[in-house]
Design a protein around this ligand. Structure first.
Ligand SMILES: Cc1cc2nc3c(=O)[nH]c(=O)nc-3n(C[C@H](O)[C@H](O)[C@H](O)COP(=O)(O)OP(=O)(O)OC[C@H]3O[C@@H](n4cnc5c(N)ncnc54)[C@H](O)[C@@H]3O)c2cc1C
Length: 500
C-alpha cells in the first residue's frame, strides 16, 4: 500500500495500520494490551518496543540486586494475582510479566526492536502517522493508527543523570551509572563508592557488600528509609487457608493500600510522628550508638520524595557487618584515586557508581505534530494526567510516585476503554481534550506540585512537562484514593472532550 504521510507529501510504504498503537512493552504497555484485547477484541492493535524484549525498566536495568521498592500486590496488575514475597527482583517481575503475556495471548501483538521516532496527526485522515526505526536492520518504516497509547515511561533510556563533578575525567578507575551496568561486570574485592541516597543506591550497596572489598555509600543528604520484613503475613495466612490466589491478591491489595493511605495522611498531618517512626525503624537495626541523625535523617519532611523500603534491613546488615559504610558529605572534586570531599577527607576507590538518578523524558522525546504544527507539551494542559489539550487520540500512562505505578496504569486503561466504548456509541473516531470557555483563564500549574513531591529528576525537567489546571478534569492529583473513584465516575460529556 502506498499513501502520503502527514509530515510530507512523499509517497511512502506503510508497514501496517492499527486501530490502536501502543508505544512501549513495559508494565504499562502490557497492561494496555491486556485491556484492549479483553474489552475490544475487534480492535486491531500492536505494541512497538525499542528493546529486544518486554519488561521496560525491569528488562533494561542490570545493576546488582535490582528489585522493586513497591510491594507486588499493588505493583502487580489488578487482573493477575501475585503469589510470592512482596518485594521482587527484576527476574521475578519479568517472569510474572511473561506469564501475563502467555495467559492472555499477547505475544503476537508485541514487536521488539522498533523505536518510534515521530508521530504526526492528520485531522483530515483522522489518524497518526508514525516514523519508526527497525533497529535490527536500521530501516525506517511507517505505521498509521487511530489512537496512540503512549507507555514509554518517564525517563530517558540512553543514559542516566551524572552531575558535572570537577575532575571527573581524571579518575583512573571505572565511573558507572547503574543504567550502564553490564551483568558480568566484576567488582569482587574492589573498593567501591556508591554516590546517591535513593532506592537504587540502597539496593546496590547491600548487593555489592560482602563481594566488593568495601562499599561506601556517599550521600550529600540522607533519604528516609523504611526497613521491614519482605513478607506479608496476611497473604501467607490466606494461602495457608487455601484461599484462592485471586482473593488473596485483592485482600492484600486492600490492606497495602490502606496502610499506604495511612502513611500518606500521617506524612501531611503529623510529619514529626512519621519521622520518629521511620528513624526508630533504622535505629532498631543500627543501634543507639550509630549516628542516625547524620546519615539517616533527611532535612525534608517524610514522603516528599519516594520512601525507600529496605527489605529485611539488608542495607543496615551490610553496615553492621563492616562491609558497607555511610559517608554524608559534599564532593569537592574527583581525582585519579577517588573523591576529595568538602570536609577535606579523601575517599579512594577502584569503582565509583553514580546512582544519581534519571533524566526526565517527555513522551519518549518523540517528535509530535498535529496537522503539521510541532507540539510543545509544556504548552498543553493535561486531561486527568493522561491526555493533553488539543492533542487528538493520544494518551500517556504516567503512574504514581507514592503508590505503585501500576495502580494508575490500570486506572488509565479502564478510563480509556470506557472512552473507546463511549466513542463507539456516539459513532465518533476522534476524541480531543479542549479547554472549555470557563477553563480558559484558569491557573496553569506544574505537572507535579514541587512542594508536594520533589525528586531531583522532576525538579530538573518539570519545565518541559505538560501543565495542569486548578479544576477537574484538568488536574493531576497523584492521589490513588481520589482517582479510584473519580476516574470511573468521569463524565465523558462534560464538554472537555470534543468528539468528531
Ligand atoms: C530501577 C527502578 C525501579 C523502580 N521501582 C519501582 C517500584 O518499585 N514501584 C513503582 O511503582 N515504580 C517503580 N519504578 C518506576 C517504574 O519505571 C515504573 O513503575 C514502571 O516499571 C514503569 O513502567 P512503564 O511500562 O510505564 O515504563 P518503562 O518501564 O519505562 O517502559 C517503557 C518502555 O518503552 C520503551 N520505549 C521508550 N521509548 C520508546 C520509543 N520511542 N519507541 C518504542 N519503545 C519505546 C522502552 O524501551 C521501555 O521498554 C522504578 C523505576 C526504576 C528505574
Amino acid at each position: 500500500m502506498s499513501v502520503a504521510t502527514a509530515s510530507s507529501s512523499v509517497k511512502t510504504e506503510i508497514a501496517g495500520h492499527f486501530d490502536v498503537l501502543v508505544v512501549g512493552a513495559g508494565i504499562s504497555g502490557i497492561d494496555a494490551a491486556y485491556h484492549l484485547k479483553k474489552d475490544f477484541p475487534e480492535k486491531s492493535f500492536t505494541v512497538l518496543e525499542t528493546q529486544g524484549s518486554f519488561g521496560g525498566t525491569w528488562e533494561f536495568h542490570k545493576y546488582p540486586g535490582i528489585r522493586s521498592d513497591s510491594d507486588l500486590y499493588t505493583f502487580g496488575y489488578k487482573w493477575k494475582p501475585w503469589v510470592d514475597a512482596p518485594i521482587a527482583s527484576a527476574p521475578e517481575i519479568l517472569k510474572y510479566l511473561n506469564e501475563a503475556i502467555d495467559e492472555n495471548a499477547l505475544r503476537e501483538h508485541l514487536r521488539f526492536q522498533h523505536q518510534v521516532k515521530s508521530a504526526s496527526w492528520s485531522s483530515e485522515d483522522k489518524q497518526w502517522y508514525l516514523t519508526v526505526e527497525q533497529l535490527e536492520t536500521g530501516e525506517e518504516i511507517f505505521f498509521t493508527c487511530g489512537f496512540l497509547w503512549m507507555c514509554q515511561g518517564y525517563y530517558k533510556f540512553d543514559g542516566g543523570y551524572v552531575p558535572d563533578w570537577k575532575g571527573k575525567e581524571t579518575f583512573k578507575g571505572d565511573l558507572i551509572h547503574p543504567m550502564e551496568w553490564k551483568e558480568d561486570y566484576d567488582y569482587a574485592d574492589k573498593e567501591v563508592i556508591v554516590i546517591g541516597s535513593g532506592a537504587a543506591a540502597a539496593t546496590i550497596v547491600p548487593a555489592m557488600a560482602g563481594i566488593a572489598k568495601h562499599v561506601t555509600m556517599l550521600q550529600r543528604s540522607p533519604t528516609y528509609f523504611s526497613p521491614g520484613r519482605n513478607k506479608n503475613e496476611l497473604a501467607d495466612t490466606l494461602r495457608d487457608l487455601d484461599v484462592p490466589d485471586e482473593w488473596t491478591h485483592e485482600i492484600v491489595r486492600r490492606q497495602v493500600l490502606k496502610e499506604g493511605a495511612t502513611i500518606t495522611k500521617l506524612a501531611f498531618e503529623q510529619p514529626e510522628m512519621l519521622k520518629e517512626q521511620l528513624l526508630n525503624g533504622v535505629k532498631s537495626f543500627l543501634g543507639e550508638d550509630y549516628d542516625v541523625a547524620k546519615h539517616f535523617t533527611p532535612t525534608y519532611e517524610p514522603w516528599r520524595q519516594r520512601l525507600a523500603f529496605v527489605p529485611d534491613g539488608d542495607l543496615f546488615k551490610g553496615i553492621n557487618a563492616g562491609d558497607a559504610s555511610m559517608c554524608t558529605d559534599n564532593i569537592e572534586s574527583f581525582n585519579e584515586n577517588g573523591i576529595l570531599l568538602q570536609s577535606g577527607k579523601q575517599l579512594d576507590a577502584d569503582i565509583i557508581v553514580s546512582a544519581t538518578g534519571f533524566k526526565l523524558c517527555v513522551l519518549g522525546d518523540i517528535e509530535f505534530s498535529v496537522d503539521g504544527k510541532a507540539v510543545d507539551f509544556s504548552k498543553t494542559t493535561t486531561y486527568r494526567g493522561c491526555m493533553f489539550s488539543d492533542v487528538p487520540n493520544m494518551a500517556w500512562v504516567f503512574g504514581y510516585f507514592r503508590a505503585s505505578w501500576t495502580l494508575r496504569a490500570d486506572l488509565i486503561s479502564e478510563l480509556l476503554c470506557r472512552m473507546f466504548g463511549h466513542m463507539k456509541e456516539k459513532g465518533s473516531t476522534v476524541v480531543t481534550p479542549a479547554l472549555r470557555e470557563e477553563d480558559k483563564n484558569m491557573a496553569s500549574l506544574p505537572w507535579i506540585d514541587p512542594d508536594n513531591f520533589n525528586p531531583g529528576y522532576m525538579q530538573r525537567g518539570l519545565h518541559k512537562m505538560p501543565k495542569q489546571g486548578d479544576r477537574e478534569p484538568w488536574i493531576f492529583t497523584q492521589d490513588y484514593d481520589l482517582e479510584k473513584t473519580e476516574f470511573p465516575a468521569a463524565n465523558p460529556d462534560d464538554g472537555s472532550l470534543l468528539y468528531t
